[in-house]
Design a binder for this molecule. Structure first.
Ligand SMILES: Nc1ncnc2c1ncn2[C@@H]1O[C@H](COP(=O)(O)OP(=O)(O)O)[C@@H](O)[C@H]1O
Ligand SMILES: [Mg+2]
Length: 331
């Protein structure tokens, strides 16, 4: 298959956990920044004469993230000269305005300062290859999807509570700063020695009337979602909203607490059509109520982040592991 986007779409169908991208035809307006020169060259070994690529850390639907050595820091004797370097996948890098996507991720994330949100260093363009890239804090540990896989019956409540609160607080901070994430899912969260970090605001956008002047990606031109975590109204064509982020995060939290996707890995639209309800009996009642409300198909009836935070802060500890295994919780 020659068309990289068609190929990505095919991969997304084969793996529903992959983000699905489409440059929809008939755009009314593109990004307001002039397109950067397209590039199809392979990634150079050293970018901007400063960042030496050392190894691939991970690939997502759009980008590839490498460990790089910052030669400038190394020259000044910094014992930890390593950074993470994110660039678009080679297929994507060919598209003239694709770098604007990466800049959007940089512009949104760099406005956030929170212990549970990844810290960005810089956006840059390698002058020789014209390759755009972001440098950011190098994270260690594992992504939350691996952590969930390792706990097929759900994470122990102490861990689930700690991770849940960190994620809810990270998202509350982003929303308060006017930033919507747009692609909350376990593979966009890292847990490790440095604590929890939410990352990949690549499909994020500023809330309406916030951060004017930033290049706005036009979602009617660029539709993107991960089916399993996309709120049903997004799949109906509605704009990204804080409520859509809350739906996705509630899916993630439900998976974390139970080891299972709330709707058998179906999309929100399918689950709504089948009138499914996330099973509550395996969860402490206040958490079950909060997550069911976070997963409401109607965005107007969905729980707020404050309600979810309150439930995670105050839910009782199960009195014994046995009780938890039996699914019997203190009232
Ligand atoms: N700062 C980082 N440090 C270490 N690994 C990272 C970092 N950022 C991303 N990764 C790894 O790279 C993968 C893809 O990164 P991501 O930003 O999600 O790209 P995409 O936008 O393509 O989904 C992640 O799932 C993770 O495994
Ligand atoms: Mg990602």
């Amino acid at each position: 298959m020659n068309d990289p986007l068609a190929q990505l779409a095919a991969e997304a169908v084969a793996d529903p956990d992959l983000t699905y991208f489409a440059f929809a035809a008939g755009a009314r307006s593109g990004p307001r920044v002039p397109p950067l020169m397209p590039t199809s060259a392979a990634l150079p070994e050293v970018l901007c004469g400063r960042y030496r690529i050392e190894r691939l850390l991970g690939v997502g639907g759009m980008g590839a993230v490498y460990q790089a050595c910052d030669l400038l820091r190394e020259q000044f004797g910094d014992p930890q000269p390593y950074v993470a370097l994110k660039t678009l996948g080679e297929d994507f890098a060919e598209y003239p305005d694709a770098s604007a996507l990466l800049y959007s991720e940089f512009a949104l994330t760099s406005r956030l300062r929170h212990a549970n949100v990844v810290q960005l260093h810089a956006f840059d363009i390698d002058p020789l290859s014209q390759r755009a890239f972001i440098t950011l804090e190098l994270l260690s540990g594992c992504t939350l999807d691996r952590f969930i896989d390792e706990h097929p019956a759900g994470a122990p409540w102490g861990d689930a509570r700690e991770i849940g609160l960190a994620l809810l607080e990270a998202l509350a901070h982003a929303h308060a700063a006017g930033v919507l994430h747009g692609d909350l899912k376990p593979s966009n969260v890292m847990v490790g020695d440095q604590g929890l970090r939410l990352f990949d605001f690549g499909l994020g956008q500023a809330q309406e009337n916030r951060l004017p002047g930033l290049p706005q990606l036009c979602r009617s031109r660029f539709a993107a979602w991960t089916l399993r975590y996309a709120a049903p109204e997004l799949l109906d064509g509605e704009a990204l909203s804080a409520a859509a982020d809350i739906y996705a995060l509630s899916c993630v939290l439900y998976e974390l607490c139970t080891g299972r996707h709330p709707f058998r890995r179906l999309s929100g639209k399918q689950a709504r059509a089948m009138q499914l309800q996330a099973e509550a009996s395996v969860l402490a009642p206040p958490i079950a109520r909060a997550l069911q409300a976070g997963l409401a198909f109607d965005p107007a009836r969905r729980a707020s982040l404050e309600e979810l935070l309150q439930a995670f802060r105050t839910a009782p500890q199960p009195s014994s592991r046995l009780m938890r295994w039996l699914g019997r919780w203190p009232a």
